[in-house]
Ligand binder design. Structure first.
Ligand SMILES: Nc1nc2c(ncn2[C@@H]2O[C@H](COP(=O)(O)OP(=O)(O)OP(=O)(O)O)[C@@H](O)[C@H]2O)c(=O)[nH]1
Ligand SMILES: [K+]
Ligand SMILES: [Mg+2]
Length: 437
C-alpha cells in the first residue's frame, strides 16, 4: 500500500505561518483524527488540531484537496500552523506516529505529481528552476518553461519522425526492391534533413538558457595592483575583496553573484598575473587563467599610469579597461581601451554595468523562446540527431535500418518530456528538489 507522506513545505522556522503538506491515501483519516472531520475540498477551515491522546497541538487553517484535483494527483492537505519550532515539531511528530505515514523525501510531492500525469518532466524541472530563481530573467524563463511548451514542440517532431517511418515502411511493403521510382523517399528525406537542422539549432540555444539559468560569467583579469579587487567591490557595491596597495594581495579566485538588469552575473576577481610569482600566487594565477578561459566575458584591467599587458585566454569576449583615470591630469586615455574607469571616483562604473547588461541582452530576450534548459535535454536532442544521421547513412538499401534509426530518434525526443521510459532518471531529477516540494 502506498504510504502517505508529509513535510514542512514552507521555509525555515520560526516564521509567521508554517505550512505542513500531506499527500497520500490516508490523508482523510489523518484529518478526521486531527480535527474530527474532513473539510470540503479547497475550503479553508480554522480548527484546533489534537493529537491522538487529546493534547492540543495548535489552532490553524486546514485545506483539503481531493485527488486527482491536487498538486500530486492524490488526496492532499495543507495545515497552516503558527510557525514556531515547537508547534511544527509537535505536529510532525503526531503525523510521524501514524501508521503508514512517513516524512517525504526531497522532491517526492513533485515526483508523485509527475507520475500521476499532472505535468511532464520538463514541467517538473521548470518548477525546480522557479523555486531557485533569484533574478527576474530566471523567474520568467522558469515560468514559461512550466507551460508544456517543450513537450508540445517535441511531440510535433516525434510525429514527423513517425510519419517518415510509416512512409518508409510503406515503401518496403509495396516496392519490388530493384526499381523504386523517385517514390516517397525524396520528399521524406528533405523533411528529415530540415527536421534535423531544426533540432540542432534548438540544441544550440542551450548556451543562452545556461546564461539565463546559471548566470553570465565575467572574470576580471590583469596585472597585480591594476585595481581588480577594487573593481569587484565597485561593481558589487560592497566590500567583498581585500584591497591594499601591496601587489599580490589577491591570491585565489573570489566570486560573487550580481543582478544586472534582471540577469544573474557571476563576477570573479583573480590573482594579478605577473612573472616570477611566489608559490601560492602561482597557483592563483593558474586558476585565474583557467577561470578566464571558461568565461563569457573577460574584463582586462590595466592601471593607466603603469600599463602592463598580461597574457589572457583567446576566444573569449574581452573588454579592455583603463583604470585609475582619476590619476591622469588630462583625460588622454589611449584608444587601445574600450572603456576608461576609476574605482575611486566611480567614473565609468555605470557605463561598464550597462556594457555588461548589453552583452546579456540577447540571452535574456531568448529566454522567451523555447530553449533546452538542462544538459539532459541537449544530450537527448543530440542523440536524436545522431540517429537521423545514421538513418541517412544507411542508403536506400537499408530501409528497415533507416526506419529503426528514426524510431530511436523519436524515443530520444520522447524521453525529454518523460513520455517514454525515464524510470532511471527520476531519482536524479527529483532529488534536486527541497524537502516538502
Ligand atoms: N587612484 C586610484 N587608485 C586605485 C584605483 N583602483 C584601485 N586603486 C588602488 O590600487 C591599489 C591596488 O588595488 P587592488 O584593488 O588591491 O588591486 P588588485 O588588482 O586587486 O591587486 P592584486 O590583488 O594585488 O593583484 C590599492 O591601493 C587601491 O586603492 C583607482 O581607480 N584610482
Ligand atoms: K593589491
Ligand atoms: Mg586583488
Amino acid at each position: 500500500m502506498r504510504e502517505t507522506i508529509f513535510a514542512l513545505s514552507s521555509g525555515g522556522l520560526p516564521s509567521g505561518v508554517a505550512v505542513i503538506r500531506l499527500s497520500g491515501p490516508d490523508v482523510r483519516t489523518a484529518l478526521n483524527d486531527l480535527v474530527g472531520f474532513v473539510p470540503e475540498p479547497r475550503k479553508a477551515v480554522l480548527r484546533t488540531m489534537k493529537a491522538e491522546d487529546g493534547t492540543v497541538l495548535d489552532r490553524g487553517l486546514i485545506l483539503f484537496f481531493e485527488g486527482p484535483y491536487s498538486f500530486t494527483g492524490e488526496d492532499c492537505a495543507e495545515l497552516q500552523l503558527h510557525g514556531g519550532v515547537a508547534v511544527v515539531k509537535s505536529v510532525l511528530e503526531a503525523l510521524g506516529g501514524r501508521e503508514n505515514f512517513r516524512a517525504a523525501d526531497a522532491g517526492e510531492f513533485t515526483k508523485r505529481g509527475f507520475l500521476n500525469g499532472k505535468f511532464d518532466l520538463t514541467g517538473a524541472e521548470a518548477l525546480a528552476d522557479l523555486i531557485s530563481a533569484e533574478t527576474e530573467a530566471q523567474r520568467r524563463f522558469a515560468l514559461a518553461n512550466g507551460d508544456e511548451r517543450h513537450r508540445q514542440l517535441y511531440a510535433g517532431w516525434r510525429r514527423s519522425l513517425i510519419h517518415a517511418q510509416a512512409m518508409i515502411a510503406a515503401e518496403l511493403d509495396f516496392s519490388d526492391e530493384e526499381d523504386v521510382p523517385g517514390s516517397v523517399a525524396d520528399a521524406i528525406w528533405q523533411e528529415l534533413s530540415a527536421l534535423q537542422s531544426e533540432i540542432e539549432e534548438h540544441a544550440g540555444g542551450y548556451r543562452d538558457a545556461e546564461i539565463v539559468r546559471d548566470g553570465f560569467r565575467v572574470v576580471i583579469l590583469g596585472a597585480p595592483n591594476a585595481g581588480k579587487s577594487s573593481l569587484m567591490n565597485a561593481l558589487a557595491k560592497r566590500d567583498i575583496a581585500i584591497v591594499t596597495e601591496e601587489a599580490g594581495t589577491t591570491r585565489d579566485i573570489l566570486e560573487t553573484a550580481l543582478d544586472i538588469g534582471g540577469v544573474k552575473v557571476i563576477l570573479t576577481d583573480t590573482a594579478g598575473i605577473r612573472e616570477n610569482p611566489g608559490r601560492i600566487e602561482a597557483i592563483g594565477i593558474d586558476r585565474a587563467i583557467a577561470r578566464a578561459g571558461d568565461a563569457d566575458l573577460i574584463l582586462l584591467l590595466e592601471d593607466v599610469t603603469e600599463p602592463r599587458s598580461v597574457p589572457h585566454p583567446q576566444g573569449v569576449r574581452l573588454l579592455r579597461i583603463a583604470n585609475k583615470i582619476d590619476l591622469l591630469d588630462e583625460r588622454l586615455v589611449a584608444e587601445a581601451y574600450d572603456l576608461a574607469i576609476s574605482t575611486v571616483s566611480g567614473e565609468g562604473i555605470n557605463e561598464l554595468l550597462v556594457r555588461i547588461g548589453d552583452l546579456t541582452e540577447g540571452s535574456k530576450k531568448r529566454a522567451l523562446d523555447i530553449l533546452p534548459f538542462r544538459e539532459r535535454h541537449v544530450g537527448l536532442l543530440m542523440e536524436a540527431s545522431r540517429h537521423i544521421d545514421r538513418a541517412f547513412g544507411q542508403g536506400a538499401v537499408g530501409l528497415e535500418l533507416q526506419a529503426e534509426e528514426l524510431r530511436l530518434a523519436a524515443i530520444a525526443l520522447g524521453r525529454i518530456a518523460g513520455e517514454i521510459d525515464v524510470e532511471d532518471l527520476l531519482d536524479t531529477i527529483f532529488s534536486q528538489f527541497c524537502i516538502g516540494k
